[in-house]
Design a protein around this ligand. Structure first.
Ligand code: 5AD
Length: 350
């Protein structure tokens, strides 16, 4: 597929867009049918050492009250995941590299692995060093999510403080592959100053580096962040909600065509731009959804962006609600399976 074809698809509207969606859907169904796999996500801490300019839990957001769940609280979430039979857990938090954080993360990975040996364990806790990633793998983690945010180092530099480096993040993704993790990455779509060429390069970056899983969603403003504080960005964002939602759908559809066997998650941020956003993603390109199992009292403290859905709900409500939505969308929820990435096994030749 050449760049001008990709560009046409990314910008497709009306009939062309419907044709793109049909094509992506048929590619998806060849591998996954109408099946949708779950990962119960536990957002266990919003303490973060980073200062990403777009993120609501950035260290510099002093308005944000901080929390870290106790192992007992995590165990109750794991019990819920087991009862719901989601098959997988994702541990997500702000990025910390202190020894106490590392020990704590190892402890809760072991907690999950020892008590629920059949559970797929995914980590999404930012950039970590090789030795620690190795230790996490030995403790039972098999998958890791780390978005590159953009494949363009110059755009990355505009979105992050000088201490953060695109190269370091890329190296971490390479380390994860070396350690035989199933590796997930992704970008935000509709970032200020992001061009269509950037998105085309993101797609090439994904294919060239053979990632197994993707979490990709639209950029959503958060008023207590430097990026959204810019009134021009705010105006632009509000005006382009529908453009950015369609761009996200088109991007995911093209990605599905390019990577037929990779796991693609329907990002929660999609629901901010369109009420059934995640369902649309699952109908077109996605095969994974990550219902929150974070206790209700912590949900309004884990706001990476504004208007995050489901913050007034508990894990039980999310379970019923998402199931119903998936069935209504003509798809089939799958329980009791880890739902590993078929592309990973293809890549490993096993
Ligand atoms: N809008 C959309 N996604 C965001 N993330 C962080 N802040 C925002 C935002 N304002 C995403 C980043 C990060 C993931 C955990 O959440 O891509 O990698």
């Amino acid at each position: 597929m050449n760049d001008s074809q990709i560009k046409n698809w990314l910008l497709a509207t009306d009939k062309d867009q419907q044709n793109l969606f049909k094509k992506a859907c048929s590619v998806k169904e060849k591998t996954f049918g109408k099946r949708v796999w779950f990962r119960g996500i536990i957002e266990f801490s919003n303490i973060c050492q980073n200062n990403c300019l777009y993120c609501g839990i950035r260290k510099g957001n002093k308005k944000q009250e901080r929390f870290k769940m106790s192992p007992d609280e995590i165990l109750s979430c794991l019990k819920f995941i087991d009862k719901a039979d989601y098959g997988s857990v994702v541990y997500q938090s702000g990025e910390m590299t202190s020894n106490s954080f590392k020990n704590y993360l190892l402890e809760i990975v072991r907690l999950a692995h020892q008590n629920f040996p059949n559970l797929g364990i995914t980590i999404s806790c930012g950039e970590q060093d090789f030795e620690f990633l190795k230790a996490l793998k030995e403790a039972g983690a098999t998958r890791y999510l780390l978005r590159i945010e953009t494949s363009n180092p110059k755009l990355y530099a505009k979105l992050h403080p000088a201490e953060m480096s695109w190269e370091k993040r890329f190296q971490c993704l390479k380390d994860l592959q070396k350690l035989d993790y199933q590796v997930g990455t992704g970008v935000m779509i509709g970032l200020p100053d992001q061009t269509i060429e950037d998105l085309i390069n993101d797609l090439h970056f994904f294919v060239e580096n053979k990632f197994d899983m993707f979490g990709i969603g639209p950029y959503v403003i958060h008023e207590d962040t430097p990026l959204s504080n810019d009134s021009e960005v705010q105006r632009w964002w509000h005006k382009n909600k529908s453009r950015n939602f369609n761009l996200s759908l088109n991007f995911l559809a093209v990605l599905r065509i390019l990577q037929p066997n990779a796991n693609i998650a329907a990002a929660t941020a999609c629901d901010v731009l369109s009420p059934l956003g995640r369902m649309k993603v699952l109908q077109i390109a996605g095969n994974v959804i990550m219902p929150s199992v974070t206790p209700q009292n912590y949900r309004n403290k884990y706001l990476l962006y504004e208007n995050k859905p489901c913050i007034d709900e508990n894990a039980e409500k999310c379970f019923y609600c998402l199931n119903q939505k998936i069935v209504r969308a003509g798809l089939r929820p799958i329980f009791g399976e880890q739902g590993n990435s078929p592309f990973f096994y293809q890549r490993k030749n096993v």
